[in-house]
Write a protein that binds this ligand. Structure first.
Ligand code: SER
Length: 337
């Protein structure tokens, strides 16, 4: 068998070689907004949205092609890649940390076999580029948890974290060994107003807004002093596309970039929301996800992303909260949430 090697042409590929894009997990929290943005940039018909379990939104099906793909079935991915002549994949389908602890085998199957299928298809069909998200879940209790370095101890204690470490290693291996251009970000908790996250540990930072607007009270499933790195969706989308459009020759890292924008405690978030909704009450009842949250960093050093591809976030806590409340209030008044 012959393989491409990373010095055999990857650095000659540019963003102009990304013409036909597939987004797996397009019905998920990040995938849904990423697909819409990619369609604006690359043309509606050039971005194929794929989902599996969740029902796709009206926007997703009306603005471009939509396909059902179970990423654990290689032939289903391959069928779509051939049908649309796909050259780039954003592989957003995954089982997150909370569900991963309840269903560890499913988490392994979807996250590992799904990723391996995607990488193999990218190798066999010589795709231009693949995006494979990683997570702050790659870190564990032994990792320094303040200003967590780019290259540090990766000994997670969740199945989700195990799959993300293995996924990063596999992605980097495919770059070096097979010359597949794989890129990835260790996402912090993502906060957004469009699609709810499903089954993650950082979900409280999204749920709290819906509860504050609809009921003016929320019971948070982590303690009030729990600090985690978070990011607002516009920054998440911006960073993702920016990394994918970056010059390959400038990258020293590939599938494992630390990325930061803000870190706050659950109480600091509740207090910021109270500035807009003064009668909002938040109480705290930690569940099994507290232990997961405690094993993750509080703050992240993202200097490699800043240096290698110019990462710079736009949102801090107060701007994010203001925008979230504005957007969700409009939805609430229209009866959409
Ligand atoms: N938001 C994710 C989770 O909580 C972290 O990658 O599982």
């Amino acid at each position: 068998m012959e393989y491409r090697y990373s010095d055999g042409g990857l650095s000659k590929m540019s963003k102009d070689d990304m013409k036909r894009i597939l987004v797996t997990g397009s019905t998920g929290q990040i995938g849904s907004e990423l697909t819409v943005e990619l369609r604006k940039r690359y043309g509606n018909d050039n971005v194929v949205a794929a989902g599996h379990r969740r029902k796709p939104s009206e926007t997703l099906v009306s603005t471009g092609p939509y396909e059902t793909i179970d990423v654990t079935k290689r032939e289903e991915i391959e069928r779509v890649v051939k049908k649309y002549d796909i050259d780039t994949i954003y592989h957003m389908a995954a089982v997150l940390s909370g569900v991963g602890e309840q269903k560890p085998l499913l988490c392994w199957d979807v996250n590992m076999n799904g990723l391996h299928n995607i990488l193999e298809i990218a190798r066999e069909h010589s795709l231009t580029r693949v995006f494979c998200p990683s997570s702050i879940a790659v870190f564990g209790p032994e990792t320094p948890n303040e200003n967590t370095p780019q290259d540090t101890i990766l000994k997670p204690t969740t199945m989700y974290g195990v799959t993300k470490v293995a996924g990063e290693l596999l992605g980097n291996y495919y770059v070096k060994r097979f010359g597949v251009d794989v890129r990835g970000i260790r996402y912090p908790g993502i906060i957004s107003s469009e699609t709810l996250p499903g089954g993650g540990t950082t979900d409280y930072a999204v749920e709290i807004f819906y509860a504050a607007i609809k009921e003016k009270k929320y019971t948070c499933f982590v303690k009030e002093d729990t600090v985690l790195p978070m990011m607002y969706m516009p920054d998440c989308i911006k960073g993702t596309i920016q990394l994918m459009e970056a010059d390959f020759s400038k990258l020293k890292h590939h599938a494992d970039f630390n990325l930061a924008s803000m870190s706050f405690s659950a109480k600091e978030l509740a207090d910021e929301i109270k500035k807009h909704i003064p009668d909002f009450i938040c109480d705290y009842k930690p569940d099994f996800r507290q232990e997961i949250a405690d094993s993750w960093p509080r703050t992240i050093d993202d200097s490699a992303a800043r240096e290698e591809w110019g990462w710079k976030p736009d949102y801090d806590l107060s701007r994010m909260v203001e925008d979230m409340i504005e957007k969700l209030t409009v939805k609430y008044e229209k009866g959409l949430i």
